[in-house]
Design a protein around this ligand. Structure first.
Ligand SMILES: Nc1nc2c(ncn2[C@@H]2O[C@H](COP(=O)(O)OP(=O)(O)OP(=O)(O)O)[C@@H](O)[C@H]2O)c(=O)[nH]1
Length: 369
């Protein structure tokens, strides 16, 4: 779906100019740093052959530079996990002379330490043992490629469905406070707008005045409208108004922010369910998706949060933020394996370009290359 949000629109001149403004969460970037990420297309990730709806305007060479930039941002963002988890795995496979129980036990330990989680760790190691046996692998170094394939298999999968890009999409964004909801909403809005989509925001976190203000700030930066009510008002009423406005204004993408913390978790979930119900009821056939924002630095907590959210408001996709802030990036495997929900986006820094479409193979390459 984010391929659509980020990758498939046609560009108007005006928006191409706006696209050049690199919006950073913390600081503005110089104008000449163009944001052309949203021109990526296809299922082959950033290395797939570049296609554009407007080939005259974007040079292939520029695109290749862009792709390198994208990849090095990803690599840099993952440097903590690369230096810890990935290099330990690499050293294990290249530094041992034979494949024995000790090697598998050490691999288990590395995986557990990297927040891969017990279940996923056991599955990976058991499978690796079997594959090594079946394939008659004798040298530990040969296990590395099999292992990388296993990681890629876990992370792949999930729907990459195609649908009418002119139809309204409503993205309800949920997650606990501080996970990066507002920032992610701002970045998605900016990228979608740069991709010639009409975007509207809804300030559904009515619990905190600061949340409404933050979203309004983002709407100003990006140049999109926001529907907001006063602090303390009913967030389902905000969502209702926003959906009506989105329909009457012929908007392509409505992003609904929601609260991340209330007095009790029960209240929060009741509120989210109500917002989801109202959005669904009023959507008139528009595509509605729930995007859960998870902070990678919270490790296994992120898994239990996701289970809770998914139980009450069915989650369609996950954005895993702050991967740059942890050496335990293995949590991404636990998220995908234990929840079975596709990871759509990853955050590897605070800049707009650090919110990336999740491409499993590119991710594995960036981790181990
Ligand atoms: N390093 C890093 N920081 C991030 C990333 N994503 C978000 N942040 C930062 O995380 C902090 C919290 O982000 P917010 O967007 O305010 O989080 P929120 O979930 O809306 O939380 P509240 O504002 O408390 O509701 C901000 O300082 C962001 O810049 C990321 O991928 N990497």
């Amino acid at each position: 779906m984010f391929k659509k949000l980020f990758g498939r629109g046609k560009k108007k001149k005006k928006e191409e100019e706006q696209e050049q403004e690199e919006i950073e969460f913390k600081e503005e970037k110089p104008e000449e740093e163009k944001n052309t990420e949203e021109t990526q297309e296809g299922t082959g990730g950033v290395f797939s052959k570049f296609k554009t709806h407007d080939p005259d305007k974007v040079e292939i060479e520029e695109k290749e530079e862009e792709e390198e930039g994208f990849f090095s941002r990803l690599k840099n963002g993952l440097s903590k996990t690369r230096n810890s988890f990935a290099s330990q795995v690499q050293n294990l496979f290249t530094g041992r002379s034979k494949i024995d129980d000790e090697l598998y036990e050490d691999l288990e330990e590395i995986l557990i330490q990297a927040d891969v989680g017990v279940n996923t760790t056991m599955k990976l190691v058991d499978e690796l043992r079997e594959k090594a046996k079946d394939q008659g692998v004798k040298k530990p170094a040969e296990l590395h490629d099999i292992f990388k394939e296993q990681l890629s298999d876990i992370l792949s999968g999930g729907v990459d469905d195609v649908y009418d890009e002119h139809q309204l999409t409503i993205l309800m964004v949920v997650g606990v406070n501080g996970a990066g909801k507002t920032t992610t909403i701002g970045k998605i809005a900016q990228r979608a707008k740069g991709n010639n989509q009409d975007v509207l925001l809804a300030a559904g976190d009515t619990f905190r005045a600061a949340a409404i203000e933050q979203l309004e700030e983002w709407s100003n930066r990006v140049g999109v409208d926001v529907i907001s009510h006063q602090k303390g008002s009913d967030s389902a009423a905000v969502a209702y108004d926003a959906v009506q406005a989105a329909k009457s204004r012929d908007v392509d993408l409505l992003i609904v922010d929601t609260a991340g913390r209330l007095h009790t978790q029960d209240n929060l979930m009741k509120e989210l369910k109500k917002v989801r119900r109202i959005v669904g009821r009023e959507s008139d056939g528009a595509r509605v998706e729930v995007l859960l924002i998870l902070d990678a630095t919270t490790g296994q907590n992120a898994i239990s949060q996701a289970k809770t959210f998914n139980k009450d408001v069915k989650v369609d996709g996950i954005a895993l933020t702050k991967l740059d802030g942890t050496a335990k990036g293995g949590v991404i495997l636990a998220v995908k394996e234990e929840l079975g929900i596709p990871i759509k986006l990853i955050g590897v820094g605070e800049g707009i370009k650090d919110l990336q479409d999740f491409e499993p193979e590119t991710f594995i390459d960036a981790l181990f290359d």
